[in-house]
Design a protein around this ligand. Structure first.
Ligand code: SF4
Length: 364
């Protein structure tokens, strides 16, 4: 099976290289995360990065809190397979040290870096080491004059900050720029990116900052990132959760797959259950999901809770099962294929998925 084309037309952007990953242009929307451990603890940082990349992260950012952390990037970079981004606040000299240590990209927050001169020093050094630079505008740390003029960190204020610093970089011929404009409010974030998209062709790193813990953080991220992807905006994504970095990667993958921007494996369509349900649909769906791990084909697999409405409700699924008290009815695109006993439901559906992934035409 081949992956379908993305559902939404992407905004045209100038591609930027971050290590061996392209951001923007025709490159798929890349997935990022940020480590949560102390970057000075090289062993822990390498372990966390490897865990994130094993799950699908393509770029990982680390916090640079002092010289030791900046220098650690060199050792970390040699022990992991993905590009490493140095996250800098306030101290531009830490950005220079990180770049000298081998950072593939530098994230600066123009609102706290100290103005034009330090920004240009960082950008020039990034150019000389072949690294990209991200202007990471954050609604919580806009410049004082911009805040005074807008009264609050509105989307327009964020865009003015981004455009100001972008002009500094472009006037000096810097040509590997990524931009982000993040707020913890979905509406402000979406509007800031929409406005900024009218002014530049540089790719955007998207996400909702400080989205929060658990379900609320996941839902907020999905709402914001999903809205942006639907507008064709977003070239690399980071989900910011109050939780482990691997979770950020899992959620980013789910959001991109839900938006049909990228495909990482089968989509499980399972019914919400109701008064007609006669089996444990939650358990069956989880077992099927587990059984399909490792399958990369973008097929839709349905697990329905009754044979009355199941095959019809899941007509769009490539394959599926409608479960009843006495077993399941296997179907493909609404057509019934046959019956299986209750204890055969999960293995039969997993086998069918594997066969369908190899040859959809072979399923009769
Ligand atoms: S498929 Fe059957 S059990 Fe599931 S929600 Fe629909 S009617 Fe209810």
């Amino acid at each position: 099976m081949t992956c379908p084309a993305p559902l939404f037309r992407r905004r045209e952007t100038t591609p930027v290289r971050c290590g061996d990953v392209l951001i923007g242009g025709n490159a798929p929307v890349s997935i990022q995360t940020m480590t949560k451990c102390d970057t000075r603890d090289v062993k822990a940082t390498v372990k966390e990065i490897r865990q994130a990349t094993a799950l699908g992260a393509q770029i990982v950012r680390v916090a640079v809190v002092d010289k030791e952390a900046a220098q650690a990037i060199g050792v970390i970079r040699d022990r992991v397979l993905c590009p490493v981004v140095a996250d800098i606040h306030f101290d531009y000299e830490l950005a220079l040290l990180s770049l000298d240590a081998g950072a593939d990209k530098i994230r600066v927050n123009p609102g706290n870096l100290g103005g034009k001169e330090p920004l240009l020093k960082v950008a020039e050094r990034a150019r000389s080491t072949g690294a990209a630079i991200r202007l990471g505008i954050n609604s919580g740390s806009l410049e004082k004059d911009i805040l005074a003029s807008y009264g609050s960190p509105t989307p327009e204020a964020m865009v003015e900050s981004a455009r100001r610093h972008l002009t500094y970089l472009e006037d000096c011929g810097i040509d590997s720029i990524v931009i982000s404009l993040k707020s913890s409010r979905v509406k402000d974030t979406v509007n800031a990116y929409r406005l900024m998209a009218e002014h530049t062709k540089w790719p955007f790193h998207i996400g909702i900052t400080e989205a929060g813990p658990g379900t609320s953080g996941i839902v907020k991220s999905a709402a914001g990132i999903g809205a942006l992807i639907a507008l064709g905006i977003g070239d690399t994504v980071r989900v910011s959760l109050t939780g482990p970095s691997y979770k950020e990667v899992e959620v980013a993958k789910r959001i991109l797959q839900s938006m049909e921007s990228r495909f990482f494996g089968p989509d499980i369509i399972s019914c919400p259950t109701c008064g007609r349900t006669q089996v444990d649909v939650v358990s069956i769906a989880n077992q099927v999901s587990h059984g399909l791990r490792g399958l990369s084909a973008p097929l839709k697999v349905a697990v329905m809770g009754c044979p009355v409405n199941g095959p019809g409700e899941a007509r769009e699924a490539d394959i599926g099962v409608a479960c009843g008290r006495d077993g399941g009815i296997l179907f493909s695109r609404g057509k019934v294929l046959g019956r299986v006993a209750s204890d055969e439901i999960v293995p039969a559906l997993v086998k069918l998925a594997q066969e369908y992934a190899k040859s959809p035409e072979g399923i009769k």
